[in-house]
Design a protein around this ligand. Structure first.
Ligand code: PEP
Ligand code: MN
Length: 263
């Protein structure tokens, strides 16, 4: 298995000019979905001011209901590129289909593969043929072994730039939206050489749980965090309950940085 730590102890993946797995905690933050230029610029300015190094924003949104906001598509990627460029933040966005890869390549610094496409092998193969980083989420019903095999689909194509992202799995308990598998974070740090990201927003489901989950993820060895921040979460077109306000994010950054330094 190419993702195994048998071959290499640890890999550094560069997203734009930002090193993930190089010893500093990298935080990617921004709205769940790109909703418009003003919304994106406000989010980007806020996350940059708080110390985020990468800008996230969904353009192709994998929504549970087909009646929900589906994202701005390529227009969303254009806005990400524009605003990220203005602020000097490399950008991350999700692709949900191999047919989107070529167009998205022009705009993003890293592709995100979402939990719902964690084993979309045609998508993983298509991304394996590119040279841009892939942030590979764990599917909510995926074992660690299956997650690492999915990473191998990308690596086998020749793209060595894979970042594993734990975002919570489905368990019997629904107090939070998903169950962040902190043990799996520690496990993949041992089993694989790939950098590891934690997304505390999607397992949290509610703003107040985002920070504790992030702190646990960092303590378990995460190299990176992927966090949803919206200038006015109450008006967000998706995931409105879990996106942090800019002021919450400022406080969040202080705490995760302190725990990262201590661990
Ligand atoms: C996202 O990060 O926007 C997202 C849809 O997350 P997930 O695939 O983990 O549900
Ligand atoms: Mn979201």
């Amino acid at each position: 298995q190419l993702s195994s730590s048998k071959w290499r102890r640890s890999s550094v993946v560069r997203v734009g000019g930002v090193e993930v797995g190089g010893g500093d905690l990298v935080v990617a933050a921004g709205p769940c979905a790109v909703e418009g230029e003003d919304q994106l610029r406000a989010a980007a300015a806020a996350v940059k001011a708080a110390g985020a190094k990468l800008l996230r924003g969904g353009a192709f949104k994998p929504r549970t209901s087909p009646y929900s906001f589906q994202g701005l598509g390529e227009r969303g990627l254009e806005l990400l590129r524009k605003v990220g460029g203005e602020l000097g933040l490399p950008v991350v966005s999700e692709v949900t289909d191999p047919r989107q890869v070529e167009a998205a390549y022009k705009y993003v610094d890293a592709f995100q593969v979402g939990a719902r496409n964690a084993q979309n092998f045609e998508l993983l193969r298509a991304l394996g043929e590119t040279d841009k980083p892939v942030i590979l989420k764990r599917g909510f019903g995926e074992t660690v072994e299956e997650w690492l095999s999915a990473a191998d689909y990308v690596l086998l194509g020749g793209n060595e730039n894979v970042i594993l992202c734990e975002r919570g799995i489905r368990t019997f308990d629904h107090t939070l939206r998903f169950t962040l598998d902190v043990g799996a974070v520690a496990a993949v740090k041992r089993l694989s050489h790939l950098p590891v990201c934690v997304d505390p927003s999607h397992p949290a489901g509610r703003r107040e749980y985002v920070e504790p989950l992030a702190l646990a993820g960092v303590a378990a060895g995460a190299d990176m965090l992927l966090v949803e921040v919206h200038p006015d979460p109450g008006r967000a077109l998706s995931d409105s309950e879990q996106q942090l306000t800019p002021s919450m994010f400022l406080d969040f950054m202080r705490k995760v940085t302190a725990v990262f330094r201590a661990s």
